[in-house]
Write a protein that binds this ligand. Structure first.
Ligand code: OGA
Ligand code: NI
Length: 341
């Protein structure tokens, strides 16, 4: 059976099972905003006299929004473009090639799907085709990644390595901002890395449907590359605001685990992706997650008599179970509630 939106959509009609309830619809055409509500931070300044200003900008963005963009981040523009090109070529492969990568094996290192992995249980589907690819341990995973396009493994390996390095740097900058020791997160708390790549085909009516609904990430942090097509939005002060697409920048999201690890000092920013009627959009999203058995708790260095722990300790697999339940029941309160003291 052929399910991919990109295979069956005629670009003219939006089937009923892609129409969201009125309160969840974007409702108006989303244009690039260019008001930069999401701060755009120059990591190139870290080596100069403005170092502490940059650290402060990052911390403030994490506290107020749960997201920021970075440029001069050390990942070559050429590599970003090559990775985007590769992902674009992947989604242009014949549907048979992509169908062959659909699997129901929960332990598979590569899963192709449309909408979500729970497509069969959904009443309303998301306007996207996507895949999820496990990236750690890298050497073990690569043979399970797609063999087509020919340079896919080589380029995506390089991309993953470089963005992994950037992620660790950003985690250390967050440590610095919070006043906890460098390297605090550079262990099992961030070591499980997955790449999700979203392909949002041109949509007949972007006002009625969504590419990804409102959510916060199940990660410690997430690093997203979105190219030049707008679509990512952040929920701020009860309003959706566009995150301006900047091809040389990455968007960093604070995930639910960082909110807990920072004892609520940093915010898990809610976000979503809308579609558009003109141009397909792709995003490559690297999730830095704890390993399944990793013990998560608010960092002890942040706990004082005035700042008692807001969350109990737990193992990450326990969180993942709660996360899946919250998603299934569409109840975002269940994401962190089971862990609140
Ligand atoms: C995600 C996500 C947004 C986007 O995959 O978790 O938030 O712009 N994607 O594709
Ligand atoms: Ni997300």
């Amino acid at each position: 059976m052929e399910k991919f939106v990109s295979s069956w959509s005629d670009g003219k009609t939006l089937p009923e099972n892609y129409i969201f309830p009125p309160e969840q619809r974007p409702g108006k055409l989303i244009l690039p905003t260019s008001n930069y509500v999401t701060p755009v931070i120059d990591l190139g300044k870290l080596d100069g006299p403005d170092h502490s200003i940059v650290v402060h900008q990052i911390l403030q963005a994490c506290q107020e929004l749960g997201a920021f963009q970075v440029f001069n981040h050390g990942v070559a523009r050429r590599l970003m473009d090559d990775a985007r090109q590769m992902l674009d070529e992947f989604f242009k492969l014949p549907a048979e090639d992509k169908s062959a990568l659909i699997t129901s094996d929960p332990n598979s290192k590569f899963k192709m799907y449309t909408s979500t992995v729970n497509y069969d249980e959904e009443k309303i589907h998301l306007w996207r085709d996507a895949f999820q690819q496990v990236c750690t341990p890298l050497e073990e995973c690569i043979p399970h990644w797609p063999a087509k396009p020919a340079k896919y493994r080589e380029i995506i390996e390089e991309y993953t390595r470089k963005v992994n390095e950037l992620g660790l740097r950003i985690l250390d900058l967050i440590c610095e901002g919070l006043g906890i020791e460098a390297g605090y997160f550079a262990n099992e708390q961030s070591q499980h890395i997955e790449l999700i790549v979203n392909h949002y085909p041109v949509c007949p009516d972007p006002t009625l449907t969504l590419g990804v609904g409102k959510h916060s990430d199940r990660s410690l942090i997430t690093i997203l590359m979105q190219g030049s097509v707008p679509g990512l939005q952040i929920f701020k002060d009860d309003e959706w605001v566009g995150v301006d697409p900047i091809p040389e920048a990455f968007v960093v999201h604070i995930g639910n685990i960082m909110q807990i690890a920072s004892n609520g000092k940093l915010l898990n920013g809610d976000h979503r992706a809308v579609t558009n009627a003109y141009e397909a959009r792709e995003s490559a999203v690297l999730f830095f997650m704890p390993t399944k058995d990793c013990f998560i708790e608010p960092a002890k260095a942040l706990i004082t008599a005035e700042n008692p722990p807001l969350y109990r300790g737990f193992r990450y697999h326990e969180y993942l179970a709660a996360h899946n339940t919250a998603r299934r029941l569409k109840d975002p309160d269940l994401l962190l509630k089971p862990f609140r003291i």
